[in-house]
Design a binder for this molecule. Structure first.
Ligand SMILES: Nc1ncnc2c1ncn2[C@@H]1O[C@H](COP(=O)(O)OP(=O)(O)O)[C@@H](O)[C@H]1O
Ligand SMILES: [Mg+2]
Length: 496
């Protein structure tokens, strides 16, 4: 255990300690103050001041008199004589994070340590604190100032998944690597399902290095060319009006017609829209609803349905891969849906459709069935496309997932480079945040404004995060922890 210094002042949760000579303490260091009876106070250094017996005004004046007219040192030797010896101390200023009693229980700050108690670095021995931040899905190692400690940090899936997760960082900050590490931990844990919409088809290549890949990872593609991917065959009955809405903007009459079509023709409305002439559709809707829709309205719907049918190969497909996909997830597998070669419209429709099926399936479960199925996390990249201010207002499936999924044992992991584009209602529902480097001040401000105060205290650290470094803040952890995320290629070798 590294000795760091001694406590010199405490008031409430604020503390000061003198840094021992030749010891290094950095901004952001997490340290331990040893109290009496085995008590431990966990603190974070956030500022420093340097003090000397020369600090008083008179003494400074005396030292100044040893300088020349321009304030430059004329006689270094003489100055060294005055400044030498142990007259100068570095005082660390810290905030108490939490407190452990001698029996190994962790509490929010309750009291403060005594004068001149020992301050030391964190070690593997600090198990109360470490077990809380370790979680069952490991993501990286705890950072303390400029050091990376070999102490694992992660999240507890059972607590974090259904409370929703946000991963934010500029391009190149390490978001995809973090999702891979998360997927690797989910794969080895096998207690959670993970559905990843893989926009760049970037995950399989890395995840395939994982040992038990055959049993635990399933890859879908609407048009599989590689042999590792299964075909995602979609049936007309899988497509609802909301999925069509996800891929274009519609006028009021078009919206109205779309919902009327699906309510009049039920399950297979899409097949019928494609099979009948525009005029026949207008006549049929007129007969059943009394409304007369325009040619243009119906042909727009027809055209979008046609595009989707072609691109996603929707048809009368007996083999229902969507059902299988949902089953895989409930059994705790990782499912990748590769979307790279799809148009933005098809990609958005497909993500919406599959999430919708999953939500319906989980929502229809009774208490017992729910206990038997694993919590599932849906990873959504560039999430503002679905959960921006405008999109959220349309109450699409992702907006519903964010507000309701908790009770169904589902959760959303929102990944974005620009959190400020997300609706406030979405941000406020994300109870676990992984904040990677964010270049834009507007984005950092947005997160600070939406989040709890412990993130505010770390605004300097957030500003200076390097690639692969993040701040983890989650509602069950007592403080936000700085983490060096594992590099997936290295991490995968340690998994079994
Ligand atoms: N934790 C990490 N440790 C080491 N290198 C990392 C880490 N995270 C990311 N990188 C590297 O940084 C680069 C960008 O990471 P990536 O995850 O693709 O960022 P993003 O998805 O945010 O654009 C990659 O080359 C990756 O290998
Ligand atoms: Mg990426």
């Amino acid at each position: 255990m590294e000795y760091k210094g001694r406590l010199t002042y405490a008031k409430g949760t604020y503390m000061e300690f003198v840094v021992a000579p030749n010891q290094q303490v950095d901004f952001g260091d997490i340290l331990v103050v040893e109290g009496n009876n085995g008590d431990r106070f966990y603190i974070r250094a956030y500022d420093f001041k340097v003090k000397s017996r020369w600090s008083g005004m008179n003494n400074v004046g005396y030292l100044m008199s040893k300088l020349n007219e321009d304030g430059q040192v004329e006689n270094q030797e003489e100055l060294d004589f005055y400044l030498g010896g142990n007259h100068t101390v570095k005082i660390g200023m810290a905030e108490q994070l939490c407190y452990a009693d001698g029996q190994g229980h962790l509490y929010n700050p309750k009291t403060c340590p005594d004068f001149f108690c020992e301050v030391r670095g964190l070690s593997a021995d600090d198990s109360e604190l470490l077990s809380e931040i370790k979680g069952d899905l490991e993501l990286g190692f705890l950072k303390s100032g400029r050091e990376v400690l070999e102490l694992p940090v992660g999240i507890y899936g059972s607590k974090a998944i259904t409370e929703h997760i946000g991963i934010f960082g500029t391009t190149g900050s390490g978001k995809s690597n973090l999702v891979k590490v998360l997927a690797g931990s989910v794969l080895s844990n096998a207690s959670y399902g993970l559905l990843i919409f893989d926009v760049h088809n970037e995950y399989y290549r890395d995840l395939s290095k994982y040992p038990h890949i055959k049993e635990r990872l399933v890859v879908y593609n609407t048009n599989p060319v590689a042999d590792y991917a299964r075909s995602l065959s979609l049936d007309y009955s899988t497509v609802g009006p909301d999925d069509i809405l996800a891929c274009a903007t519609f006028t009021e009459p078009q919206l109205d017609a779309l919902y009327k079509l699906s309510s009049v023709w039920k399950e297979n409305w899409m097949r019928d829209v494609l099979a009948y002439d525009t005029q026949d559709i207008i006549d049929d809707l007129n007969a059943s609803t009394g409304q007369k829709f325009q040619q243009r309205t119906i042909s727009k719907i027809k055209s979008i349905c046609w595009n989707l049918q072609e691109e996603l190969q929707i048809g009368d497909n007996e083999a229902n891969s969507v059902k299988n996909m949902v089953k895989d997830l409930t059994q705790g597998k990782v499912v990748l849906v590769e979307l790279k070669d799809l148009s933005p419209q098809a990609e958005q429709a497909l993500s919406t459709m599959l999430s919708q099926r999953l939500l319906c399936d989980y929502a229809s479960r009774n208490e017992q069935e729910r206990l038997e199925s694993k919590p599932v996390l849906i990873v959504l990249e560039e999430a503002h496309r679905f959960l921006g201010k405008k999109e959220h207002a349309s109450n699409n499936v992702f907006a519903r997932l964010v507000s309701e999924a908790r009770k169904f044992n589902l959760g959303l992991c929102v990944v974005d480079q620009q959190p400020r584009l997300l609706a406030d209602k979405v941000l406020s529902q994300l109870n676990t945040l992984f904040i990677l480097g964010l270049a834009s001040k507007a984005d950092r401000n947005k997160l600070e404004a939406m989040c709890r105060k412990d993130i505010l205290q770390q605004r300097n650290e957030i500003k200076n995060l390097d690639c692969g470094e993040m701040i983890v803040a989650t509602n069950y952890m007592r403080f936000a922890a700085p983490v060096k995320v594992h590099k997936f290629e290295t991490f995968v070798n340690s998994l079994s």
